[in-house]
Design a protein around this ligand. Structure first.
Ligand SMILES: Nc1ncnc2c1ncn2[C@@H]1O[C@H](COP(=O)(O)OP(=O)(O)OP(=O)(O)O)[C@@H](O)[C@H]1O
Ligand SMILES: [Mg+2]
Length: 598
């Protein structure tokens, strides 16, 4: 965010712009709920007027009873009231009932509005994340989205509740103040002045509260990231005996959170408590004012005092809600910034249909994750349909990066990636996703049956799922599982072995019958027998599917027509295995080493 100018800071320090600021942030969330918000304000106004009426009548009746009279008469602004005690009490009861009904509406509306807003925020955040580009998703810190979706949204939703409370309390305050004006102008003036003083006196506390909330929001995000990392590394911590170090690291984040939470709570509570004390002082001051001006009779004075106390309490509620609203804004800001960041990264969709992939070509392609450190430089090669291409090279050479470009997960920093001779980005992403499949270096399964893991949300029948499983040489393992294809697998207790996971994910890739198959180390977790089996599956696909196979173990590459040797982000050689064995030192050495290993 750009630094606030002095003018901006001054603008922000004013209450009205701040409320408009909050409203501006909440408006897109409230959307079609604006009517409900208006209803809430109207109901609160009505409840406040009804309450003022009850209080005025009660005070007058009490005064009449003290005087021993059976009628009461009072001035209500320009109008005057003169009724018996019985009808006055009946009127008071009716007004109290109306107030009760309106209060129920006032309770129901914020609950309804905030539940809707919370669900909308969650849908927006998750929707924007899932549509974001892969680089943006991959750059997100560990546990970032989880934390946004859980406590940050919860706190942002409080902004709506605070706004609702602010509106209803202000409306009730207004109703009471109007009633007070009707009864006695000095009392009403006292109420108004006191409210104004309140707001001015406590303004700095709101600014402090907002800053504290900002710090707390950040501390919570950091803590979530730290805890997620520690959870991911629990096995390592057990083996390396580093649990204490993890505790120390997370402990530091907890301490940071403790300090931020303390400041946040302190700011909130100081505001509330100072407010209460100032109110008591102002009530005393208001009474002194009445005494000095000698305004009104005893009954009017009693009614005015009652209304003054209730108005002050509504003003306090409105003030606390306003403070809460200030404290919720940083959470809302963080969410809206995250949504904007995700949305702005959403890749444009070319839209051209892609019925078949015939050729893939890189033309002078370079790529850098960060501007100062190029990873791939001037790649140029062309691959025809049905070719099987091996990609080898030392660790860190850029093989997985090349895979990400081939999958259109990332776009070249310069140069062009051509599909059927046209820039890849012209084609519809969904068509591309149907024609290209992938098994990554660390393939993942989700909590669900084996069949669902292979199907992966696509409308594939059981026969297709089984065919893919057979092709990936996992069918035998699956039928040996307790419930066969219906066995539930997942990340932790019901996990499958590393090699099984790799083959289930290979089956997932094959089940969609892709034109292009990209495999990043497809046999790294397999024993020699499974590796040979997968190699024979790949041999079966040879000619039908264009394949890119990244491998450290060159034995996996027997099916490949050509092998691309990548070194330090450049194409060092691109030829048949036989030719490379003759001309390329890296390939020769790697072949010798994998020969020794097998
Ligand atoms: N997300 C990323 N952000 C920044 N740099 C990255 C990122 N991913 C990879 N790199 C860097 O890019 C270079 C190439 O990485 P890449 O993963 O493509 O290598 P690789 O050839 O697949 O290695 P390996 O055989 O070990 O899997 C490395 O120097 C790596 O540090
Ligand atoms: Mg890699």
């Amino acid at each position: 965010m750009p630094a606030d100018t002095a003018e901006e800071a001054q603008r922000r320090a004013r209450i009205l712009p701040r409320l408009q600021d909050a409203r501006g942030r909440l408006q897109p969330l409230l959307g079609d709920q604006t009517l409900l918000v208006a209803l809430l304000t109207a109901a609160s106004l009505g409840a406040g007027l009804a309450e003022a009426g009850v209080l005025a009548l009660v005070a007058q009746v009490a005064a009449a009873l003290v005087d021993g009279g059976d009628r009461l008469s009072t001035d209500l602004g320009p109008a005057s009231l003169d009724v018996g005690i019985g009808p006055a009490l009946a009127l008071a009861a009716a007004l109290a009932s109306i107030r009760l009904a309106l209060q129920l509406v006032v309770a129901w509306l914020p609950a309804r509005i905030s539940a809707d807003v919370q669900a909308k925020l969650q849908t927006d955040v998750f929707g924007a994340f899932s549509r974001a580009s892969w680089p943006t998703q991959a750059d997100d810190g560990e546990g970032h989205l989880q934390e946004l979706m859980a406590s940050q949204i919860l706190r942002a939703t409080e902004a709506v509740l605070h706004l609702a409370t602010f509106l209803s309390s202000s409306a009730m305050f207004l109703a009471l103040a109007i009633s007070a004006f009707l009864l006695s102008v000095p009392v009403a003036a006292g109420v108004m002045v006191s409210a104004l003083v309140m707001v001015i006196l406590l303004r700095p506390l709101n600014t402090i509260g907002r800053a504290a909330a900002q710090r707390l929001s950040q501390a919570m995000m950091d803590q979530a990231a730290g805890v997620s990392e520690a959870v991911r590394l629990t096995e390592e911590a057990q083996v390396f005996g580093t649990a204490t170090d993890h505790r120390h690291k997370v402990g530091g984040l907890i301490e940071e959170g403790r300090r931020a939470f303390f400041r946040y709570q302190l700011a909130g509570r100081m505001t509330q408590n100072s407010y209460q004390s100032v109110i008591i002082l102002l009530i005393v001051g208001g009474l002194a004012g009445l005494y000095l001006t000698g305004a009104g009779n005893l009954a009017t004075l009693g009614a005015a005092i009652l209304i003054l106390i209730r108005a002050a309490s509504q003003a306090q509620c409105a003030q606390a809600a306003y403070h809460g609203l200030c404290q919720s804004i940083p959470y809302l800001d963080r969410l809206q910034q995250a949504i904007a960041r995700y949305r702005s990264s959403t890749p444009a969709d070319g839209g051209s249909p892609l019925p078949v992939i015939r050729t893939l070509a890189m033309e002078g392609v370079s790529f850098a994750y960060t501007p100062e450190r190029p990873v791939l430089g001037h790649l140029a090669f062309k691959v025809a349909a049905g070719e099987a291409i091996g990609v080898v090279g030392p660790s860190g050479a850029g093989k997985s990066t090349l895979v990400q470009l081939l999958l259109r997960l990332r776009t070249p920093t310069s140069g062009r990636f051509l599909v059927n001779g046209e820039p890849a980005e012209r084609f519809a992403r969904t068509d591309w996703q149907h024609r290209v499949a992938y098994v990554g270096q660390d393939p993942r399964v989700f909590q669900g049956t084996v069949a669902d893991n292979i199907r992966y949300f696509r409308p594939l029948d059981d026969a297709t799922v089984e065919r893919a499983a057979r092709l990936a040489h996992i069918h035998g393992d699956i039928v040996a599982m307790p419930a066969g294809y219906d066995t539930v697998i997942g990340q932790r207790a019901d996990a499958v072995s590393g090699g099984q996971r790799q083959r289930i994910c290979l089956a997932r890739a094959l089940a969609g019958e892709p034109d292009v198959l990209v495999l990043d180390e497809p046999t790294s977790a397999l024993d020699s027998e499974s590796e040979a089996a997968v190699a024979s599956s790949l041999a079966e696909l040879h000619g039908r599917v264009t394949m890119f196979i990244i491998a450290h173990r060159l034995s996996t590459l027997t099916t490949c027509d050509r092998v691309l040797v990548l070194a330090d982000g450049k194409v060092e050689a691109f030829d048949t295995g036989a030719e490379l064995a003759r001309t390329n030192a890296y390939f020769r050495r790697a072949t010798q080493l994998s020969g020794q290993a097998s």
